[in-house]
Design a protein around this ligand. Structure first.
Ligand code: PEP
Ligand code: MG
Length: 879
């Protein structure tokens, strides 16, 4: 089989659609090569080769042969030779998975250098300093990535040298310095690893490929995959590509650019570059790069020349190429380039990571510019990413003491206690403490700490630094390159001006402006802008599935309506019972020893319930409101603390002992399968009749006040048609009595959340105006998996691939989904009028929403903040 794919102007074997096999980077290098763009030639060793390697920990003969053949092609394409001759070919060896995992895996540059080739390179380039700088860089990277030495050992040797010479930058070191450095490096490596640095370029290459394959399973890559739901069995490809040099002199440069602004999506060419440097210098945030053009300047005081001023010809070419690439890929591109002796090369292009706000603006603009259709625009945004748009921002009225300003690397506001180490961020977060991770610069090792922090602050690095890219991907606020702060992570302090901040001090970051603020500033919820409205209107135009919300109070209902909810799909009335002045009456009702006593207690609750319902009817004016009658087992309402028990005893005038015995008696071994849901309605009909009375009275009063009410009364946990028919009869009679001669329209239906209900849906449907699938309980009862206890072992189930994902998050389509589909069909066959929705948590999860669309449900219902996500997911389900 084929393990290696070449790309060059003479021969290219892959294309952009082969990401699974070639990785994102490899597929796009092939695509750019075939478009005739200036890409240095090379080859990609496939992800399948990675998986094959992982199994046997060796390369099979085919892989070896194919690499050697592909290498010859690169030699003939460049006219250089690998490992010798007077024009030596050097390689970069880079990882490249299906989806980009910025900085998580390893890279080796300048591979192929040894004591001979470095001399040849020096002669050929007529630049001794460059040749030896490349050599020492190569040794540094190789020692770290391939030989497993810590990065800091060689790095600190370099720092010592700079200090001894009294210079602050690598660019001030000369050829002699680097020659010495190479010697010292080799000694240190021999001491530390007990091995000689390999001189045979072919050996260097194989070991580097091996190391990149191995880096797929390094801890930070594993962590990144966990955070981003990337399967462990994808593997990474390896791209071996002829080196071009951005560090050969002052007519060389390297940089990263975005075809639009990745922070806010504005249509402006945006990027950063470094003169006389290699690509890693930009990405690693080691030197703070300069803006490529005027509009990339965040700070108009910056004095460095832009690329446009410094190398106008190369800049013009780059401008032309970025426009071509954006049209070709129909999306915002993130491009890495290198300029060698004034000649521009493209090293990578990919759809750029962006904030959700930027993604939205870009999608809307691309449609307006005629580059994509509405449908394509809708498909560009991951519904989950909309979460970010609903991010908090700083309260503009709050006073804020701005202590420093950095680059606005990722928007949103976050406040918390300063921590200086990733581990501390993680452990404090686990203890419920909000933290801000403050670092000199972040590295991929910080990934877990970044995920745990509210926001991230770095002293060094630009808008394309690791911290910036990763934070944007996570939707975390980030201020980067804040040079006014001095971070001393060893002593856990940060100095700004003449003030010292220590670990545990509060700060607030505004990732949209780059402000660092002392103390904890209050934040406001996100606002919806015009782009959002336009985009969501497209989604609404296309989707056929309706979107409701789960809400049980007027405020949440209003929020949901603002986010586009078309009704309430689930109002859990028990949530209304927990408020302090009501819980006593609820408890009195539970402890009542006769129906009349129970009714007396229930009467106290009725006015509260009525007012709740009126508030919700008003918020939903004209839209359906689905109210579920009491569902949880009664013991959930019982007092636990002695204080509360005493208070209750006094309130209902019984002995404490009576309360304690009552609590004992109500204990259930398996309350989720116990006395709950409609079983309460059957045994204590007065509870349900009180609730239905409150609903009817609230509706009648609201109608009088001019509100358009559309109540749906829902009975939970039905297992048999008989349960529903009995309750229906009782409740209809109550409604008839309460409404008197007033007109009152309502629907009465049931939840389907038990397998028996799904199986006998045809019978149940004859007593129901609607079904609403309670997939939380349906998942629990279908799997026989407690929704409250499963967390303890489910993660292991998922990591061992026993289950593809948590079935309480993403609907198990084969099992639970099958029941939903079956019950929908049966229900509709038996009752043509029946209306069908879902109100379990799955109603807000994109994959489950796609399923609900495919099986033809009428609506999904989800929490208010997920309503926009559901609207978009429902549109994508159609496309
Ligand atoms: C369900 O079971 O899916 C449901 C919506 O009800 P609850 O989560 O309140 O049990
Ligand atoms: Mg339920």
């Amino acid at each position: 089989s084929k393990w290696v794919y070449s790309f060059s102007k003479e021969k290219t074997e892959g294309n952009k659609d082969m990401k699974n096999l070639l990785g994102g980077k490899g597929a796009n290098l092939a695509e750019m090569s075939s478009l005739g763009l200036p890409v240095p030639p090379g080859f990609t060793v496939t992800t399948e080769a990675c998986i094959d390697y992982q199994k046997t920990k060796s390369f099979n003969d085919d892989i070896k042969k194919q690499v050697e053949e592909a290498l010859k092609l690169v030699e003939s394409s460049t006219g250089k030779t690998f490992g010798g001759g007077d024009n030596p070919l050097l390689f970069s060896v880079r990882s490249g998975a299906r989806v980009s995992m910025p900085g998580m895996m390893d890279t080796v540059l300048n591979l192929g250098l040894n004591d001979e080739t470095v001399e040849a390179l020096s002669k050929k380039s007529d630049n001794e300093r460059f040749a030896w700088d490349s050599y020492r860089r190569f040794i540094q990277m190789y020692a770290n990535v391939v030989m497993g030495m810590s990065h800091s050992l060689l790095e600190s040797t370099l720092e010592d040298l700079k200090e001894a010479k009294g210079v602050d930058s690598d660019t001030k070191l000369d050829a002699k310095d680097f020659k010495n450095l190479v010697k010292v490096y080799k000694q240190i490596i021999a001491q530390e690893t007990g091995k000689k640095f390999p001189t045979d370029p072919m050996e260097q290459l194989w070991l580097a490929i091996e190391a990149v394959f191995g880096s797929w399973d390094n801890p930070r890559a594993i962590k990144y995959r966990q955070l981003n739901g990337i399967p462990g069995d994808w593997g990474t490809a390896v791209n071996v590509q002829a080196m071009v040099f951005g560090n050969m002199g002052d007519d060389c440069a390297t940089g990263v650019c975005f075809t639009r602004d990745p922070s806010n999506g504005e249509k402006k060419f945006f990027g950063e570059y470094l003169v006389n440097a290699q690509g890693e210098d930009v990405v690693a945030g080691i030197r703070t790069p300069a803006p490529i053009n005027e509009c990339s300047k965040n700070d108009s005081n910056r004095s460095e020349k832009t690329l446009e001023e410094y190398m106008p010809k190369a800049f013009a070419e780059l401008t032309d190429l970025y426009q071509q690439l954006e049209k070709h890929y129909k999306d915002m591109q993130d491009i890495e380039f290198t300029i060698e002796a004034n000649k521009l090369y493209l090293l990578q292009t990919r759809n750029g990571k962006r904030t959700a706000a930027a993604a939205l603006k870009i999608a809307v603009n691309l449609e307006e510019e005629g580059i994509v259709t509405k449908e394509e625009a809708l498909m560009q945004i991951d519904p989950e990413a909309l979460n970010q748009l609903l991010h908090p921002r700083l309260d503009p009225d709050a006073t804020k003491n701005i202590i420093a300003k950095g680059l606005p690397a990722s928007p949103g506001a976050g406040a918390g206690k300063i921590v200086f180490h990733s581990d501390d961020a993680t452990s404090m977060h686990e203890n419920g403490v909000k933290v801000i991770l403050v670092r000199q610069e972040t590295s991929p090792e910080d990934i877990a700490g970044m995920a745990a922090a509210q926001a991230i602050l770095t002293a060094r690095g630009g808008m394309t630094s690791h911290a910036a890219v990763v934070a944007r991907g996570m939707g975390k606020p980030c201020v980067a390159g804040c040079s006014e702060i001095l971070v001393d992570s060893k002593n856990r302090t940060m100095i700004v001006g003449d003030k010292k901040y220590v670990e545990g001090d509060f700060i607030t970051l505004d990732g949209g402006t780059g402000e660092v603020i002392e103390g904890e500033v209050p934040t406001l919820d996100a606002e919806i802008n015009a782009d959002f409205a336009k985009f969501m209107a497209w989604a609404d135009e296309i989707r056929t599935l309706r979107v409701r919300t789960n809400a049980d109070n007027p405020e949440d209902s209003e929020t949901a309506v603002k986010f586009g909810a078309e009704g309430i799909g689930l109002c859990r009335t028990e949530h209304m019972f927990f408020e302090p002045e009501r819980i006593l009456a609820v408890r009195e009702m539970i402890f009542a020893d006769s129906t009349s006593h129970r009714e007396k207690a229930l009467k106290k609750l009725l006015p509260y319930q009525k007012e709740d319902f009126k508030g919700i009817f008003k918020a939903l004016d004209g839209k359906p409101v689905n109210i579920r009658l009491l569902d949880p087992p009664l013991h959930e309402f019982l007092p636990h603390e002695l204080e509360d028990k005493k208070e209750l005893a006094e309130y209902i005038d019984v002995e404490l002992k009576t309360i304690e015995e009552g609590c004992e008696r109500l204990h259930e071994f398996n309350p989720m399968l116990g006395h709950r849901g409609c079983r309460l309605g059957i045994t204590y009909p007065e509870i349900y009749t009180m609730q239905v009375t409150a609903i009817t009275q609230a509706a009648l009063e609201s109608i009088d006040e001019g509100v358009d009410v559309r109540p749906e009364i829902m009975i939970p946990l039905v297992a048999t048609a008989k349960e529903l028919s009995i309750l229906r009869e009782i409740l209809v009679a109550t409604i008839e009595q309460v409404r008197g001669d007033k007109e009152f329209n309502y629907k009465l239906g049931t939840m389907i959340e038990l397998p028996r209900a799904a199986i006998t849906a045809a019978d149940i449907a004859t007593h129901a105006d609607f079904f609403s699938f309670g997939t939380n309980d349906l998942t629990q009862t279908t799997f026989g998996l407690s929704r409250d206890d499963a967390g303890r072992f489910l993660t292991e189930y998922i990591s061992k691939s026993v289950l593809p994902s948590d079935p309480f998050v993403s609907l198990d389509q084969e099992g639970v989904g099958y029941l939903v589909k079956f019950a929908t069909e049966q229900g509709r066959n038996a009752n043509k009028e029946i209306h069908v929705g879902i109100c379990g948590e799955h109603g807000g999860e994109p994959k489950s929403i796609d399923f609900c669309h495919r099986i033809g449900l009428d609506y999904v219902s989800c929490s208010p903040y997920r309503v926009p996500i559901a609207r978009l997911a429902a549109a994508q389900a159609v496309i």
